[in-house]
Ligand binder design. Structure first.
Ligand code: SF4
Length: 265
């Protein structure tokens, strides 16, 4: 360490010059000067490094914490910025004509929810209700999804982000064609790159295949976690399938219990 200048707080060592630089930065921001006291060899003897015009004196760390506490909360800055970016993606989706599905839509349906969500649910495509209201998962399958989110995960709709691989309703709710998925999928990856969730839950085979790039049956993928560089993917049934086949409700519930365990581990 040689003659490197150090100061100690709560057992950790911090480079004294770094502290000075930081204080100077704070001073520039707030137009005030502080007295900085240095204890070179931890002898308890402090040496004043600088005087200020207003003759103010304060412990370095208390002052830093005091000044930092006045700065805007970075969580809110990040959330607002993410919200702005998601809004930009949504605006582009609403006027998109990259595939033929725009011709029959009432509303395109962008993703919806918390920009800081730890978990993102991805379905297939909007249905009748979603097309009418321009919001994902607001029909019967949305009710079931929300029941699982609330009852099993203990979360609210505003805690998560909900979206689809395709944003315009296919006629008669048919499964989206490969070309339609290819044309639309980038919007999903844009949303995910803004939100940066820990877990992406693929609801049903089309979502799982599109996200994982696999061509496997839902029976082979369901209930499994897949680690990807940016996030983990979990595959379960699409709630619309469970609405039509209520005997699978318990399986869906058990999958949601696995999701809960993932966040508790
Ligand atoms: S489905 Fe997607 S790609 Fe096709 S028009 Fe709608 S938003 Fe655009």
């Amino acid at each position: 360490m040689g003659d490197e200048k150090k100061t100690e707080k709560a057992g950790s060592q911090i480079n004294f010059d770094d502290v000075l630089n930081f204080i100077e930065f704070i001073e520039e921001c707030y137009g005030e000067q502080f007295i900085i006291k240095e204890d070179k060899n931890n002898t308890g003897e402090e040496k004043e490094r600088r005087n200020d015009n207003k003759n103010k004196s304060a412990g370095i760390f208390e002052k830093i914490m005091d000044e930092v506490s006045k700065l805007p909360d970075p969580y809110h800055i990040i959330r607002e910025e993410k919200q702005r970016m998601l809004k930009d993606i949504a605006e582009r989706i609403k006027v998109c004509k990259k595939c033929e599905l725009w011709k029959s839509r009432t509303n395109a349906v962008p993703g919806d929810g918390n920009p800081n969500a730890q978990i993102v649910f991805v379905g297939e495509a909007p249905g009748y209700e979603e097309d009418k209201r321009g919001k994902p998962f607001v029909g019967k399958s949305g009710k079931l999804l929300m029941k699982m989110i609330q009852d099993v995960l203990g979360l609210r709709r505003e805690d998560v982000f909900i979206t689809n691989i395709v944003r315009c309703r296919p006629p008669e709710n048919r499964t989206p064609e490969k070309e339609e998925v290819s044309a639309c999928l980038n919007y999903l990856f844009e949303e995910l790159s803004v939100i940066r969730p820990r877990l992406v839950v693929a609801l049903g085979a089309p979502a799982a295949k599109a996200i994982l790039g696999k061509d496997e049956k839902i029976s082979e993928m369901r209930g499994k976690f897949y680690t990807r560089p940016e996030f983990t993917v979990f595959v379960t049934f699409h709630p619309a399938f469970v609405v039509r086949n209520p005997s699978y409700t318990e399986t869906l519930e058990n999958d949601f219990k696995k999701i809960k365990e993932f966040f508790e581990s």
